[in-house]
Ligand binder design. Structure first.
Ligand code: 8YV
Length: 317
């Protein structure tokens, strides 16, 4: 009999779904009209869970799955999983570590370029037929040069390093902050986030959000200053959104590029009003290539755990 696996989020790669269906009896909770009733009825069967980085899994849900042997996160952020409880139950919680690094770093660069060069605002200008109506160059403000910008990276994990490498190719001096200095990297460490913000033209948030929240608040934005840009490809709650809105309203920062938000999929409405803000829908890892690689890692983790082995990409066991 095939093991039963509960899937909390859709996977958009057909080949991965084919393999999941071949190997497991899949229970796609997001397709159920009444997910609560579904878990009540079938929860006891589930040996594996697949969830997304943002969705994670609560203790309450894991408690309803007594036969659970593995939580496979289709992502790298495990901040939404109750890790302490998983450890208590000796459950492996796996991630797709390394699979999405390049794409998330690419998204950080895309957001930095789009924000500094007004890509979104000018696209709206052209699309809206405004160019022929306002052909004079003064209709659009001058943009900002990205090449050579001083870039501050908040959190120098895999993604932070990949961002650093990319902006170096743009001739940008890089500094970073993290919990502690990292010995083997060529970039300058700055322990004080306020000082990093003050000495940066762009701050790029790449940190894990397991413990931290509201790292980027009014004082940090004030230090970044009216010519500074903020990019966030990590987690929304690392930025105090009310402070960001206020800083944008008061023109205390120059702009922001955001892929992640505090209350996804709801975006603080005020953020929609700024022309100097570029918004994405938590899509930094959403390429065919990366999502396929992530899916393969999920398959590998399920197979290992359900064969009684320690999954290679387990964080907890
Ligand atoms: C994904 C993420 O969007 O890896 C993470 O932690 O948040 C994103 O890559 C998500 O996990 C997709 O399920």
């Amino acid at each position: 009999m095939k093991p039963h696996v509960l899937q909390l989020n859709p996977i958009l790669v057909p080949s991965i779904n084919v393999k999941l269906n071949e190997r497991y009896t899949m229970h796609r909770l997001f397709e159920q009209a009444d997910p609560e009733a579904y878990v009540a009825e079938h929860g006891a069967l589930m040996r594996g869970v697949i969830t997304g980085g943002h969705t994670g899994i609560t203790r309450a849900m894991m408690e309803r799955l007594p036969a659970l042997e593995v939580v496979a996160v289709n992502g790298v952020g495990t901040d939404a999983v109750d890790i302490a409880y998983a450890r208590e139950r000796r459950l492996p919680v796996t991630g797709t570590f390394g699979a999405l690094t390049e794409d998330v770093a690419d998204m950080a660069l895309a957001l930095l370029l789009a924000t500094c060069r007004h890509i979104g605002a000018v696209d709206r200008f052209v699309r809206g037929g405004l160019w022929p109506r306002f052909p004079q160059p003064s209709a659009l403000p001058l943009a900002r040069r990205v090449s050579g910008m001083r870039v501050g990276i908040v959190g120098l994990g895999r993604v932070g390093r990949a961002v650093a490498q990319r902006v170096e190719a743009f001739g940008c001096p890089v500094r970073y902050t993290d919990l502690k200095e990292i010995a083997e990297v060529p970039w300058a460490f700055e322990a004080d986030l306020l000082r990093l913000a003050r000495d940066s033209d762009a701050l790029i948030v790449c940190a894990a959000a397991d413990k931290a929240r509201d790292l980027i608040d009014a004082p940090v934005l004030e230090a970044l200053g009216p010519r500074g840009f903020l990019v966030n490809v990590a987690r929304g709650r690392l930025v105090k959104e009310a402070d960001l809105v206020k800083a944008l309203q008061d023109k205390r920062i120059a702009g922001a590029g955001l892929d992640v938000f505090a209350d996804e999929p709801n975006v603080t409405p005020a953020l929609l009003d700024f022309d100097n803000v570029v918004l994405q829908a938590h899509r930094a890892s959403a390429t065919e290539e990366t999502r396929e690689a992530m899916g393969e890692m999920v398959l590998e983790s399920l197979a290992q755990a359900l064969a009684g082995q320690r999954p290679t990409h387990s964080l907890t066991t």
